[in-house]
Design a protein around this ligand. Structure first.
Ligand code: ZN
Length: 457
C-alpha cells in the first residue's frame, strides 16, 4: 500500500461528505443538486406524464410534394474499435433499439490495428442502420473510402478530401475549437453530452471519490436515465457559435452522444487489507484500505482476492443513446436517405429522454406563390416574399422560441406554432418543456434560411 493512496482518499472522503451535505447552491442547472431522490422522482413522473400526453401530429412527414419519413439517429458513438470503449456491437444495437434509435453513426478513434472504415460497423443489423466513421482531427468524419493514407493530414485538407468524395464531416467538441472555420463542412455538433458533463464541475469533482460513487449507485439502480440526464443544460455556447457559422454558410446541426459506456467504478478485493478501484475499462485507478471501503460496500467474509465487490456503470449505452438524438427527415430508410437528409439539413436535435420528439416538424409556407402555397422543409433556403409563414407542430404542448440570426423574436405556447415572418433572416425554432419550476430544452431545429433574392435548394 502506497501512503499516497491513503492520503488522497482520506481527503476525497472528507471532500465527498462535504459535497453530499453542503448543497446550499441555487437550484437550477447544477447536476449535483439534481442527484437527489425527490428531484429524480419528479423527473420520472414528468417523463411518464409526457408519454401519456403525447398526441400524434397530423402533418408528420408529409409537408410538401415530397413526403419524408422521420428516423432517429445517434452520432458520435464509440464501440470496442475505440481504445476507450469495450462496447460490443450486439449490445450497442440492442441498446439503440430500446432507446428508439434507428441509425447509429459510429465515430471510432483511429487505431493501428483496425481500419475504422473498412473494419467498422456497417449495413443493417437487427433493423438498425450502422454507418462507420471516426472522431479525428477535432471532427466527426463519415468517409466513403478508407482514410488510412490520409491520417496525418491537416483538418482542413482531410475535411476537403472527405467532402469532395461524397462523405460527411461535422466539427466536434466546439468548446475546444470555437474559432475554427473550415470551408465546406456538412455541419457542427450543436450539443455534446461530454461537453455538457465537463460543465458540471461540482459533479466531476464528486465523481473522483469512489465512495461517493458507491452511494450514487443506489440512485442509479432506481433512476438510471434520470441520473444520466441530470447533466443536461442548454448548450448556449454551442448554439451561439452555430448561429455565427450559419451566417457564413449553412451548417447542419447535430447532437453528439459521445457514447462510450466507460464512466463508472468497479471495486475488487485486492488482498487481505485492501481493495482496488477500477474504471469500467478495467484500468486500476487507486487502491484503498479495506477499512475505508467496508462501511460503504459489502465485503463478504469469504471474498477472495480478485473478486468483484461492487460495480456501477453511469453511462450505459441505452441511457446515453436515449438522452439526445438527431432526427432526420429522410426520403428512404437507407444510407443514401441519411446522407441526403444531412446534406440538406432536414434534421432536428431532441432530448428524447424527456419525451419522444418523433412527429415534430417545422416548415415555411410561402402563400404568395401563384400556383399554390409552396412548402419549404427545415434546412431549406427560401427566397424572401412578404407572405412567408413559419409553422411548427409538436406531439406535446410546449414553449416555443423562434429565433432570427440567434436572437429570440417570438415566444408562444401550445402544440402548434404559426407566425408570419416580417423580414429575411436565418430562422430556427426551439421547443421547451416545463417540469415543476424548471424549463428544459427539448427540441432544437435546424434553420430555414430566408434570404433576399436567394432561392437555392
Ligand atoms: Zn468521442
Amino acid at each position: 500500500m502506497k501512503p499516497f493512496h491513503v492520503q488522497r482518499n482520506v481527503i476525497a472522503l472528507v471532500w465527498g461528505s462535504l459535497l453530499l451535505v453542503g448543497t446550499d447552491h441555487a437550484f437550477g442547472q447544477d447536476a449535483l443538486d439534481r442527484l437527489k431522490p425527490d428531484y429524480l422522482q419528479r423527473m420520472r413522473e414528468a417523463r411518464e406524464r409526457f408519454a401519456l400526453q403525447r398526441q400524434a401530429v397530423a402533418n408528420e412527414g408529409s409537408i410538401s410534394q415530397d413526403s419524408y419519413r422521420s428516423v432517429r439517429a445517434n452520432l458520435h458513438v464509440h464501440s470496442e474499435l475505440s481504445h476507450d470503449s469495450r462496447g460490443k456491437i450486439e449490445d450497442i444495437v440492442a441498446a439503440a433499439k430500446r432507446a428508439g434509435t434507428e441509425v447509429l453513426m459510429f465515430t471510432e478513434h483511429p487505431s493501428k490495428e483496425k481500419d475504422f472504415y473498412l473494419d467498422g460497423n456497417q449495413g443493417i443489423r437487427d433493423e438498425v442502420l450502422l454507418i462507420p466513421g471516426a472522431e479525428m482531427k477535432g471532427m466527426l468524419v463519415f468517409p466513403t473510402l478508407s482514410l488510412r493514407p490520409y491520417e496525418s493530414s491537416e483538418p482542413i485538407d482531410l475535411a476537403r478530401l472527405v467532402r469532395t468524395r461524397g462523405g460527411h464531416v461535422f466539427l466536434s467538441h466546439l468548446e475546444e475549437r470555437m474559432d475554427w472555420e473550415i470551408p465546406g463542412l456538412s455541419g457542427v455538433e450543436i450539443y455534446n453530452t461530454h461537453a455538457d458533463f465537463k460543465k458540471q464541475k461540482r459533479m466531476v469533482e464528486a465523481m473522483k471519490n469512489p465512495l461517493w460513487l458507491v452511494k450514487l449507485g443506489e440512485l442509479v439502480k432506481e433512476y438510471p436515465q434520470e441520473v444520466f440526464s441530470a447533466l443536461q443544460s442548454y448548450p448556449d455556447d454551442y448554439l451561439k457559435r452555430w448561429d455565427e457559422l450559419n451566417q457564413i454558410a449553412p451548417h447542419c446541426g447535430v447532437a453528439a452522444n459521445d457514447a462510450h459506456q466507460n464512466v463508472g467504478v468497479r471495486i475488487r478485493l485486492k488482498d487481505a487489507d485492501s481493495v482496488s478501484v477500477e474504471d469500467p475499462i478495467g484500468e486500476v485507478l487507486l487502491t484503498l484500505p479495506k477499512l475505508l471501503a467496508a462501511p460503504v460496500i459489502k465485503i463478504p467474509s469469504d471474498a477472495m482476492p480478485g473478486n468483484l465487490l461492487f460495480s456501477l456503470q453511469l453511462d450505459p449505452y441505452e441511457c446515453s443513446l436515449r438522452h439526445a438524438g438527431t432526427h432526420l427527415l429522410v426520403k428512404e430508410f437507407s444510407r443514401e436517405g441519411v446522407w441526403d437528409a444531412l446534406e440538406n439539413r432536414r434534421a432536428f436535435v431532441a432530448f428524447d429522454w424527456l419525451a419522444d420528439a418523433k412527429g415534430f416538424n417545422a416548415w415555411v409556407v410561402d402563400a404568395s406563390d401563384l400556383i399554390g402555397p409552396a412548402v419549404h422543409s427545415i434546412g431549406s433556403r427560401v427566397r424572401w416574399s412578404d407572405d412567408l409563414h413559419w409553422v411548427a407542430h409538436a406531439p406535446l404542448n410546449c414553449d416555443w422560441r423562434l429565433l432570427r440570426n440567434g436572437s429570440v423574436v417570438v415566444e408562444t405556447k401550445g402544440s402548434e406554432f404559426k407566425e408570419r415572418l416580417i423580414e429575411p433572416g436565418i430562422y430556427r425554432i426551439e421547443a421547451w418543456l416545463t417540469v415543476g419550476e424548471e424549463k428544459l430544452p427539448w427540441i432544437l431545429s435546424n434553420p430555414i434560411f430566408v434570404q433576399e433574392g436567394d432561392d437555392g435548394g
